[in-house]
Ligand binder design. Structure first.
Ligand SMILES: Nc1ncnc2c1ncn2[C@@H]1O[C@H](COP(=O)(O)OP(=O)(O)O)[C@@H](O)[C@H]1O
Ligand SMILES: Cc1ncc(C[n+]2csc(CCOP(=O)(O)OP(=O)(O)O)c2C)c(N)n1
Ligand SMILES: [Mg+2]
Length: 324
């Protein structure tokens, strides 16, 4: 039988020297973080709950990846460099095989981004993973939701909608062949946080506002519009649908690309004069970037098709407390 403290020591406390920004890691009442002098901290929390964010029986390796990925995605959306994170874990049982796979998935992504586990909390209870992440960036460089300006282009990284397509297949709403099922499952379970792109956009002063798309593009873009007191026109047919979604009928393609959720891509706004620099930044970090609309002085979000005709799609973002 694993005790609470055996579990922490065996799976989460690593036998290695702390990184340069960690003054004190796991084991005391608090961790001590040393941000680079002159930088500001970026802090965010996201929680993943069984039966809400993932299905019971989810693969523990990809769950370890995803719970950190969604947090790194928030740092990417601010343009911050990752420093470290805390892990609050509620587990129904201390299962060695589950913990081994979960911690391997978690640390594989953490190590890829130089983001150290600083501490956390462990309790018995329903399966629930909550991470708080810390990053840093230069003062004034953060890509804030209130910084969009009239005339800005709206850009999207990567592709949209394939994670939502996997969810539809899992709910037996659509049928996918084995290859599309596997590819869309990868998008749902192993999103790639766009840290490199976010940092290039912030450090190069290329973009104004940004956020990461977790609830679906139209829902999330409205947060930028509200905070910046602007409107937008979005070309739904310009949205970069994921490769599996691109093979689906146009109605589903539009709906899942515009409001799918679980995308963990960046949506950002930038001056027209930065178009070439943004394409170059995307190329430099191997992430496609696509222009999908523009910021307007007229309030509200207008959805149009490839010919500029108004679309009435009645789309909404994910809301944990909405009945839908
Ligand atoms: N329980 C809470 N207490 C305080 N702030 C919260 C709480 N839940 C969410 N927030 C804040 O509300 C804002 C919106 O949250 P959310 O939609 O979860 O952001 P994101 O999509 O970036 O994760 C964020 O600034 C977040 O820190
Ligand atoms: C079992 C299951 N059902 C539904 C979904 C879809 N889903 C759940 S939460 C969510 C939105 C993102 O989660 P949230 O907690 O709102 O993240 P945040 O916006 O705080 O980053 C989506 C699209 C899913 N991923 N798994
Ligand atoms: Mg959140």
């Amino acid at each position: 039988m694993l005790s609470e403290f055996d579990l922490i020591k065996r799976y989460f406390q690593r036998d290695r020297a702390p990184g340069p920004n960690t003054a004190l890691g796991i084991g005391d009442d608090c961790a001590l973080l040393s941000p680079t002098p002159g930088k500001v901290l970026a802090i965010s929390s996201d929680m993943l709950v069984e039966d809400r964010h993932f299905f019971a029986g989810a693969d523990p390796y990809t769950l370890g990846h995803k719970c950190l990925a969604v947090n790194l995605s928030d740092l990417a959306a601010m343009g911050a460099r990752p420093l470290g994170f805390t892990l609050a874990l509620s587990l129904p049982a201390a299962e060695p095989d589950w913990l081994d796979a979960f911690s391997r998935g978690l640390f594989a992504l953490a190590d890829a981004h130089g983001c150290e586990l600083l501490g956390g909390d462990t309790t018995k209870g329903p399966l629930n993973v909550c991470i708080t992440i810390f990053g840093e960036l230069a003062p004034g460089q953060a890509l804030r939701r209130d910084a969009a300006r009239v005339g800005d282009d709206i850009w999207i990284s990567g592709t949209l909608g394939d994670a939502r397509l996997w969810l539809a297949a899992r709910r037996s709403e659509v049928a996918l062949d084995a290859a599309d099922h596997a590819a869309t499952g990868q998008r749902m379970h192993a999103p790639a946080p766009r840290i490199a792109l976010g940092r290039l956009l912030a450090e190069g002063n290329l973009a104004h506002a940004a956020l990461d798309i977790s609830d679906g593009l139209v829902g999330d873009l409205k947060h930028i519009l509200a905070a910046s007191r602007v409107g937008a026109v979005l070309d739904v047919d310009a949205l970069p649908a994921g490769p599996a979604l691109a093979r689906q009928p146009i109605g589903l393609r539009r709906r899942f690309a515009a409001a799918g959720g679980d995308d963990y891509e960046l949506c950002f706004t930038a001056p027209v004069a930065q178009r070439e620099a943004i394409q170059a930044a995307g190329a430099a970090c191997g992430t496609a970037v696509t222009r999908v609309g523009s910021i307007t002085s007229e309030p509200g979000l207008r959805l149009v098709d490839g010919d500029g005709a108004e679309l009435d799609l009645q789309l909404a973002g994910w809301d944990h407390f909405s009945p839908g």
